[in-house]
Ligand binder design. Structure first.
Ligand SMILES: *Cc1c(COP(=O)(O)O)cnc(C)c1O
Length: 446
């Protein structure tokens, strides 16, 4: 493809994308294919002769789209939103064109500097404490990670390095292995599975703290675990608190948990992957109170801030905790500026409350947790089997798409307001649809 063909094909692609998004509502939100559907539709090995561009493009509608789950359909109410917007798509094109790799300042100065400054902008929008901002001379700062899972892992590894160095400075005879055996990290029983995985990768014990009746991690439960473990000779070093859990959008009590971590010298990481975007709104900023006790904080602009995957924003109070933990200095990365310092719409909420009030008007259903942002956890009053059947009916009808969660021993349906284009009419249609299926499931039960 030469530049003149690129100009032509690029314009065609932009038209295809705009048509796709304008018409997305008319596509079934969830694909009607069986596992393995794709392999028989394409050759078993790459063809020896190139195919015409037109033929390849035709395969998109013929082969790919039938197997796509349309995350940006206004009938997609599953998981959490994943962001997408026209400006973000254009920016992705430009990034592809510049195609730089920003592993050091010299590898592409604009890349590193823009990231640092934008992370300060974003931090200011969230009213993060000054300590998290790089500014011109600050010790803190932000760095973009691929995902919240990565941010948690990076924080855990940095905390691990820090505590190992501290302990070895005090007792040089201690080996890294001897210390690692005793390290314990903590998170609530509602934390995202990536926290447990970070513990696995980091090679440390990770304990789940029982959450309270509102699925929130509280001081008393954490304190109890810390006391027990210290008495047993273990070394608590890392706590992950979640603001807006994935199952039910509950909030750990930072104002209680934070001071304990500070007092005990434990690294506190705050995972606000979904909820974080909402804190930009003055009416939701209070949900971030207590972040001043954290050592690191993370949220995903790629979930709810119109930036395409992947963009996970992470801040630390001490940049040197990260640079110190992961520093590698091969010769080919050395440059003359070495150590120059800086390396480093909320309609959804209204719609979730609209859905909540629809659910509350139907006595057959119950709301399972407080609705704070764009997620509603609800179920039919009755058995788990009944709710499993309802969800199965909803998802096999393919008009809308939902996923479940388990809260304690209850099977619960999650209605997450996801698409940028979702409106009240979609929510109403979705609810009517759910009610009809519920009626038929309840009739069949009798
Ligand atoms: C979505 C989510 C994650 C995982 O985010 P990734 O960026 O996909 O790794 C982690 N924690 C919470 C609370 C989430 O909602």
């Amino acid at each position: 493809m030469d530049s003149s063909e690129f100009r032509r094909r690029g314009k065609e692609m932009v038209d295809y994308i705009a048509d796709y998004l304008e018409g997305i509502e008319r596509r079934p939100v969830y694909p009607d294919v069986e596992p393995g559907y794709l392999r028989p539709l394409i050759p078993t090995a790459a063809p020896q002769e190139p195919e015409a561009y037109e033929d390849i493009i035709k395969d998109i509608e013929k082969i790919i789209m039938p197997g796509v789950t349309h995350w940006h359909s206004p009938y997609f109410f599953a998981y959490f939103p994943t962001a997408s917007s026209y400006p973000a798509m254009l920016a992705d094109m430009l990034c592809g064109a510049i195609g730089c790799i920003g592993f050091s300042w010299a590898a592409s100065p604009a890349c590193t500097e823009l990231e640092t400054v934008m992370m300060d902008w974003l931090g200011k929008m969230l009213e993060l404490p000054e300590a998290f901002l790089a500014g011109r001379a600050g010790e803190g700062g932000g760095v973009i990670q691929g995902s919240a899972s990565e941010a948690t892992l990076v924080a855990l590894l940095a905390a691990r390095t820090k505590v190992i160095r501290q302990l070895q400075a005090a007792s040089p005879e201690l080996t890294q292995a001897a210390i690692m055996e005793k390290l314990v990290a903590y998170t609530s029983d509602q934390a995202h599975s990536s926290v447990e995985r970070a513990g696995l990768i980091g090679g440390v014990k990770l304990k789940a703290i029982p959450s309270d009746g509102n699925f929130s991690m509280r001081a008393s439960a954490l304190q109890e675990a810390l006391e027990q473990d210290k008495a047993a000779g273990l070394i608590p070093f890392f706590v992950v608190a979640t603001l807006g859990t994935t199952s039910c959008c509950s909030f750990d009590n930072l104002l209680e948990v934070g001071p304990i971590c500070n007092l005990e010298g434990i690294w506190l990481h705050v995972d606000a992957a979904y909820a974080g975007s909402a804190f930009i709104c003055p009416e939701f900023r209070y949900l971030l109170n207590g972040v001043e006790f954290a050592d690191s904080f993370n949220f995903n602009p790629h979930k709810w801030l119109l930036v395409n995957f992947d963009c996970s924003a992470m801040w630390v109070k001490k940049r040197t905790d990260l640079t110190g933990a992961f520093k590698m200095d091969p010769v080919y990365l050395k440059h003359s500026h070495q150590d120059s310092g800086l390396i480093t719409d909320y309609r959804h909420v209204a719609l979730s409350h609209e859905f909540e009030s629809l659910v509350r008007q139907d006595p057959r259903f119950e709301i399972c947790t407080e609705v704070i942002l764009g997620l509603v956890c609800f179920r039919l009053k009755g058995s788990n089997e009944l709710n499993e059947t309802l969800l199965q009916r909803i998802n096999s009808a393919k008009k809308i798409h939902l996923v479940p969660c388990r809260l304690r021993d209850k099977f619960v349906l999650r209605f997450a307001v996801c698409s940028r284009t979702v409106e009240s009419s979609h929510v109403q249609l979705a609810w009517e649809h759910i009610r009809e299926l519920a009626s038929s499931v309840l009739r069949a039960q009798k």
